[in-house]
Design a protein around this ligand. Sequence first.
Ligand code: KDG
Length: 327
Amino acid sequence: MQPNNRTDVLTIGESMVLFQTIGEKGIKYEPLFTKSLAGAESNVAITLTRLGKKVRWVSKLGKDPFGDYILSTLGGEGVDVSYALRDVEKPTAVYFKESKSYGDPTVYYYRKNSAASNLQPEDVQKEWFDGVKHLHVTGITPALSENAAEAIRKAMKMAKDMGLTISFDPNLRRKLWSEEKARSVLLSLIPLCDVFLPGVEEAEFLLGQQSIEEYGESFLQMGPKVVVLKLGAEGSIGFINGDSVKAAPHVVSQVIDTVGAGDAFAAGFLSVYLDNEAALTHVSLEIALTRANILGALATQFKGDWEGNPSLEEINSIIAGRVEATR
Ligand code: KDG
């Protein structure tokens, strides 16, 4: 496939094959699993594509059937995968998710020495950025290895030099690295981004205990032009220079699976931000946060990271309060 000339968003990061228990007895006792695709960056890529944006995703996959499956799934969802790399020696990562009838699901990663953890700074090519407006990265791929962290840092610097805007979701994954390392690498990447998207617990992890307003102010001082704090059941709050906007949560009666909700939130936010970034106002920030809150809440309503996320028409209907005929 030839890459498209205009690409709204480039995202770079590890995607994995996800095996999820069908029942709720836990991995030890469950005999049946579903197979699907997961990865924070590809979750954002698919959801932004559904919301009408052109997205390119790049990572390194093994030369194995799991890698083939990831490529065909992402390609089938309309994401440009033409720059994806294959590693003949390292495998595509997999991970297992165990749903229980209580609490958040537990995940078990099998991604040490995966193809994506072998992503090197030299792999990052200028062509990846051709015709691209915006780069989205997360703190997960930098957690995989020193070289993957350097590859992401290089991509952020290249994007900045080429005049792209950059969003960064810290996506803290404590299972992947030590607290010390996570804190120092994540803090070092914040000055490279324009839009920083932490959850309130991640803000506390990075800066210690502060008020919500102090978090917004402290992160803005590090360099981003927009800071968006996810407040969980309280909704979200956005900070720009001299202004802040709080958006009410989209209330759901029960939560089925929180994994992927932050990525849906990021996609919802970026889908509005990208149309308004030249002159982001109080009003457009509020619209972006409102859409992000709805996307994030809806993503908790199904098992799996992205499959149930809505299209642009569906989200517009929800926001307008329309009830569509379903049969
Ligand atoms: O945000 C969702 C991700 O956590 C999930 O898709 C898997 O990338 C993943 C990770 O490292 O946890």
